[in-house]
Design a protein around this ligand. Structure first.
Ligand code: NAI
Ligand code: MG
Length: 350
């Protein structure tokens, strides 16, 4: 039985996941690790970005660690066979509906933030983005020609009570292990789906999580507050579209894309999907230049949330902090270490 399924993927994916694997082999040597093709490399080999066997392996593992997929090479593939389609199918097939995106400020990198040091120093907040519903999936959805000329495009936002409740539950549970505060962001002033969102979150809070502090915030105000005073936040739960945007904004508070991990969780007991938020970075792929810390921190989240190895996770986190404090920097952080050397700096700190 596989504990950790690695899907290195394309571009820098294999380079950064290799370093995460080395770290895993040190902090949790007994983990059963398996690797499979996924994304463009799977399309080249099997004609599909995600084969049935790989999806079955993902569902049977305790955690899946993905690198990144995609690249120009596959831009001409049929839409449903592109690497990105493989990723959507993997998320849907694993039923991972809650996307956890931490915005963390490492002390050693506080001066690299686009905000003033005092605004981000010690920052540690988590966005929980609904991942499998909302406007990216709702129907009807089409573009049509209008008889009078021009076109009309339609996307539809759909949320059910059950979809809102299960993601809100993840946020409340997380907050209990943190600073006990949840912000729920929507646009209940102008959207019915926002009204239902607020109603369901309020109701769940009253029924089961009254011990957690809950604040409702309009999503546009949330965007403003994220850049104005991000440290007021502990956990923020929001829908798929707002979460996509707000989490990208929050991510940039703390510096490089190469630092940021993410988790996608499903029902309790089901495997989680862990991945750096960056893509396959074709511009630097194959050059040993990528920062592997996002992948290593994604492993850290997998150890914590799916593999029941909180102690090993703590060790990985502390080792990353120590490596950064010791001055370890890849090019994206203004340094000169290679991907492999950054991996070695973390291993040395372990
Ligand atoms: P990207 O994240 O791959 O790259 C954006 C910029 O950040 C590039 O300059 C890249 O060199 C840099 N960068 C990214 N990760 C880095 C790391 N670990 N260390 C140092 N620098 C890093 O986004 P882009 O260029 O928009 O997309 C490239 C490909 O990746 C596309 O095919 C896209 O579809 C795919 N992609 C895949 C994702 C996934 O697998 N989850 C997510 C985002 C994009
Ligand atoms: Mg995005």
């Amino acid at each position: 039985m596989t504990d950790l399924l690695l899907l290195p993927g394309d571009g820098i994916g294999p380079e950064v996941t290799r370093q995460a694997r080395r770290v895993a082999e040190v902090v949790a040597p007994d983990l059963a690790i398996e690797e499979r093709l996924f994304g463009g490399c799977s399309y080249d080999e099997h004609g599909l970005p995600l084969t049935e066997e790989t999806l079955a392996a993902a569902k049977a593992a305790k955690a899946v660690l993905m690198g990144a997929v995609g690249g120009q090479k596959w831009a001409g593939a049929p839409r449903d066979k592109r690497p990105e389609a493989g990723l959507l199918n993997l998320r849907a097939g694993m039923e991972v509906f809650a996307n956890l995106r931490p915005a963390l400020c490492f002390e050693a990198l506080a001066d690299a933030s686009s905000l003033k040091r005092e605004l981000v120093q010690g920052l540690d907040f988590m966005i929980v983005r609904e991942l499998t519903g909302g406007i990216y999936f709702g129907s009807p959805r089409f573009i049509e020609e209008l008889p009078e000329g021009g076109k009309r495009a339609v996307d539809t936002q759909v949320y059910t009570t059950a979809e809102i409740e299960r993601v809100a539950r993840v946020a409340f549970e997380l907050a209990r292990g943190r600073r006990n505060k949840v912000h729920s962001a929507e646009k209940s002033n102008v959207m019915d789906s926002g009204l239902l969102w607020r109603e369901v979150v309020t109701d769940l809070h009253k029924r089961e999580y009254a011990d957690v502090e809950l604040e409702h915030i309009l999503a546009d105000n949330a965007a403003m507050q994220i850049v104005k005073n991000p440290k007021q936040f502990d956990v923020m739960v929001t829908d798929n579209l707002f979460g996509d945007i707000l989490s990208d904004a929050a991510a940039q508070l703390t510096g490089s894309l190469g630092m940021l991990p993410s988790a996608a969780l499903g029902a309790p007991g089901k495997p989680g999907l862990y991945e750096p938020i960056h893509g396959s970075a074709p511009d630097i792929a194959g050059q040993n230049l990528a920062n592997p810390l996002a992948a290593i921190l994604s492993l850290e989240m997998a150890l914590r949330w799916s593999l029941d190895r909180a102690e090993a996770a703590d060790k990985v986190y502390a080792a990353v902090v120590r490596a950064l404090e010791g001055g370890a920097r890849t090019r994206d952080l203004g340094g000169a270490l290679t991907t492999e050397q950054m991996g070695e700096a973390v291993l040395a700190a372990l």
